[in-house]
Every structure is written in C-alpha cells, then in structure tokens.
Design a binder for this molecule. Structure first.
Ligand SMILES: [Zn+2]
Length: 259
C-alpha cells in the first residue's frame, strides 16, 4: 500500500475509535441565557488531557426552565461543579454496565443526563413532573434530564439529529432521528440503547423507554465522576405505572395541597 494511503487509513481508524470527534467536542457549548430561577448562566468546557477528556460544567440549564420549587417538585436548582472524565478511546465492556442513580452522562449544554428511574425505582418520566424542556432538579439541586433533552439541541426537520451529549463510558449520545431521516424507537437499538454507525458506537435518545440509556456499553473509568452503585435495574421493556407508584404520587400531592 502507498504510504500516503496507509497514513490516511490509519488516521481514519484513529478518528473512528475516538470517543468524540473534534466536531462533536465543538458541540459542547451553552447559549449564554441566564437561568430564570438562579439568575446564573450555564457553562460547559471540554479539556483534552491526552488520554482522557474532562468535561466540566456548572450544570445550570441554558434554556427556559419551570419555576422550581414548584408544583410536583419541591427542589431548588443549584449551581454544581460537574467533572466527567471519559476515555478518548472508549472500550466495549465484556458485560454491559448497570446505570447508577444521578448523572450517567452530560448533555452538550453541561446538564446531567440520568437513568430512566425515579428514587422509587419507577419510570421517572411517567411518575414525576418536568418543565417543558423535560428537566427538573433533584434534592441536591441538580437540574437533569431523564428523557430527550429537547431544549439542549436543535432538531432540523428531515435531518439527522445532532449530538445530544456523552455517556460516562465515552460513547456519544445522539438525538432520535437517524441518517436516513427516520425517527428511531428503542426497538431499533440494542439493550444499552445504541447502535454502530460506520463502525462507531453511539447511543440515541428516543421518545419511548428507557429514553436515553439502558446500560453502559463501554467501560466507565473508576474516577469518571458518576455513582458506582446501581440501585434500580433498568428493565428492557419499561414500566407500567405500578399501583404503589400511583399511591405514592397521590400521597405526595395530598401532602402538597394540605395547608
Ligand atoms: Zn429526576
């Protein structure tokens, strides 16, 4: 093989193995909008340390937010100090890894992405209240998404979705529309909620459960900056609203409406 061709093939191979391409890294940015509850602007930065990428953010959303505390959510949005460390070359795990509670990745606007579950191990999307951008804060004040973060990226009609974020294992997360203009569902994806495109693995967010990730396809660094303990198993087929969940929610609403 001609040496120039060999070099080009090598470069293409390296690029394909990278967690995030330079184009994808450039998507990590915020709009500069002041968040209404905190009066603070969100920021996000990506640092290349050679072998790893450090993605840091204050976790403050850069878009419209609901009033928090507010109906169905007593928590206050607070500025955070997120540091997500991912491999530049992700490694497939021998066995897919389970998802901890709290952050499992970061959206391109620096807001954390969570697994689909509530603290009660129910489908958070069905059982909890969100603002129109599909986010809400938890008890430590971390505003987060359990589902398609529709305000964190722009979906152009008929076009493939752009990058939405990165998972803690270093694999990118894309929106629901594929390269042919088709809107994907979980049935199009593997158990971790991803697939390979041109030899690169990526997750996709979908409108159906488990919404963002089902498991970690790759190995997560021990100091990635996400929890190590998995509390709620992510079921493949999703949750029906359980009777217990309905009762809990009614009790919560009762408590909130009682003066
Ligand atoms: Zn939540």
């Amino acid at each position: 093989m001609h040496s120039a061709v060999r070099l080009a093939v090598l470069a293409a191979t390296i690029l394909r193995l990278q967690a995030l391409t330079p184009d994808e890294i450039a998507q990590f940015r915020t709009t500069g909008t002041l968040e209404a509850n905190t009066g603070i602007a969100g920021w996000v930065a990506v640092e290349d340390t050679g072998r790893q990428l450090y993605i840091t953010s204050n976790g403050v959303p850069d878009h419209h937010t609901g009033p928090f505390p507010g109906p169905g959510n007593p928590n206050t949005i607070q500025e955070q100090n997120f540091v997500l460390k991912v491999r530049k070359t992700p490694v497939y795990a021998d066995t897919p890894g389970c998802l901890p509670m709290g952050p499992v990745g970061l959206a391109t606007n620096g807001v954390p992405l969570y697994n689909p579950q509530s603290a009660e191990c129910e489908d958070a999307v069905i059982n909890e209240r969100f603002d129109s951008c599909h986010g809400h804060p938890d008890m430590p004040g971390r505003y987060h998404y359990h589902q398609n973060p529709v305000c964190a990226y722009v979906q152009e009609g008929g076009k493939a979705s752009p990058l939405v974020g990165v998972a803690a294992d270093g694999f990118p997360i894309y929106g629901p529309v594929d390269e042919t203009g088709r809107t994907l569902t979980s049935a199009d994806l593997d158990e971790c909620h991803g697939r390979e495109v041109n030899g690169r693995y990526r997750y996709h967010v979908t409108a159906d459960y488990p919404y963002i990730l089902g498991c970690f396809k790759g190995r997560v660094l021990p100091d990635a900056g996400v929890g190590r303990r998995c509390v709620c198993p992510v079921k493949r087929t999703g949750y029906q609203q359980s009777l217990l969940g309905v009762l809990r929610r009614l009790a919560k609403q009762q408590k909130q409406t009682t003066p």
